[in-house]
Design a protein around this ligand. Structure first.
Ligand SMILES: [Zn+2]
Length: 370
């Protein structure tokens, strides 16, 4: 059977907009946010690494990049990795930096800022694979592999002085989120499969930082924040599920730095740069697991409640920012809609919705185990 490739790299091009702005353009097909990972390794010999998963190219021959070279970088190298991934490395000029990138289906644009009129000698002709090895970063091992019960942290939104949204007939979001969280905890504990932790047990306010800290301190394998939606009008109704938006990933990295979080990763040697790359890798992994769980959750919720159109949404909610804890935020329905509010008030409906959440969690960990 011939392997199905997701992407192809056909050629590499460059353009310069000014003496200080340049672009390297990777041309091909099948590029997506999900199969392209771009990161920078700063330092005395700055590099930009472009990993393209599930891709093929005729530019790499016998393990070495044979495509065109350009003046705006010291050199371009490349190698095949993991059987069907491609890694391209741009060796940047000493004083240039990655200033951004743009991915479309047919093009990956790498934007560089620096002094491009300076002529420098090209990078020595080292074996592509040999030198690429130097920047092979270990894949972070996020969770110990020893058998233990998965830890689920359930976060009841709002609480205390923060009532959250108010229902058409006065139901407070903070009340219904706590009731739902307690119901979910009961159901999960009944399975005997999980350790369950609530971020709050009563009508108290817990800071957003602390909600994340609780998740990480307990080694959460999954974090579910429970909310109820509201809009100005009363017609919108149905459940939706949020995962972290791509554009919020930088905030996530900043939190790691500002809170001095130690990433649970195996490292023989860790420099700050490698640390950042590991955060990237951890984040990528967490991001895809969150998405996987969101999909399972939506499939289950469809059987127990109305769904808002475009059910899977992305946002930069603070509680979703831990880079190493898969997390979703569930909006159970619109408290501002009289019918949704009426349903959310009844324990029968909350039980039904939380049964869907429990089923999705079971399914998610069944898949993780297999
Ligand atoms: Zn809320």
């Amino acid at each position: 059977m011939t392997p199905a490739f997701g992407a192809t790299v056909d050629s590499v091009d460059a353009s310069s907009h000014s003496a200080t702005q340049a672009k390297i353009i990777i041309i091909g097909d099948g590029f997506e946010q999900d199969n392209v990972n771009i990161f920078e390794i700063p330092g005395a010999e700055p590099r930009v690494v472009i990993d393209i998963a599930d891709a093929k190219t005729s530019l790499i021959i016998n393990g070495a990049y044979e495509g065109p070279q350009f003046d705006s970088v010291r050199g371009i190298r490349g190698a095949e990795r993991n059987a069907d991934d491609i890694r391209l490395v741009l060796d940047l000029k000493a004083d240039s930096v990655l200033s951004g990138h743009n991915i479309t289906a047919q093009k990956i644009e790498i934007n560089l800022s620096g002094q491009f009129f300076v002529q420098e000698s090209p990078v020595e002709n080292v074996s592509a694979l040999e030198s690429l090895d130097q920047i092979n970063v270990p894949t972070p091992r996020l969770k110990p592999t020893i058998a233990r019960r998965p830890v689920i942290v359930i976060d009841a939104g709002h609480g205390g002085h923060d009532p959250g949204a108010l229902g058409a007939s006065g139901l407070k979001e903070k009340k219904v989120t706590l009731l739902a969280a307690q119901e979910l905890k009961r159901q999960l504990e009944d399975t005997n499969r999980y350790k369950v932790v609530l971020s709050r047990q009563n009508d108290s306010y817990v800071d957003h930082d602390d909600r994340l800290r609780i998740a990480r301190a307990n080694g959460a394998d999954l974090f579910i924040s429970i909310h109820a939606d509201a809009t100005a009008g009363s017609s919108a109704r149905g459940a939706s599920v949020y995962t972290l938006a791509d554009r919020a990933k930088n905030r996530s990295r900043n939190i790691v730095n500002s809170q001095n979080w130690i990433m649970d990763v195996n490292l023989e040697e860790q420099t700050d740069n490698v640390g950042n790359i590991l955060v990237d890798l951890a984040q990528r992994n967490t991001f895809s697991q969150s998405t996987e769980f969101a999909d399972l959750l939506i499939a289950q919720l469809g059987g127990s409640t109305h769904l808002l159109r475009n059910t899977h949404r992305r946002a930069g909610y603070y509680v979703l920012l831990a880079p190493d804890v898969p997390a979703v935020l569930l909006e159970m329905g619109f408290i501002s809609n009289p019918e949704d509010e009426r349903l959310l008030k009844t324990s029968a409906h909350r039980q039904k919705v939380m049964r869907s959440v429990t089923a999705a969690i079971n399914r998610y960990f069944d898949i993780q185990k297999s």
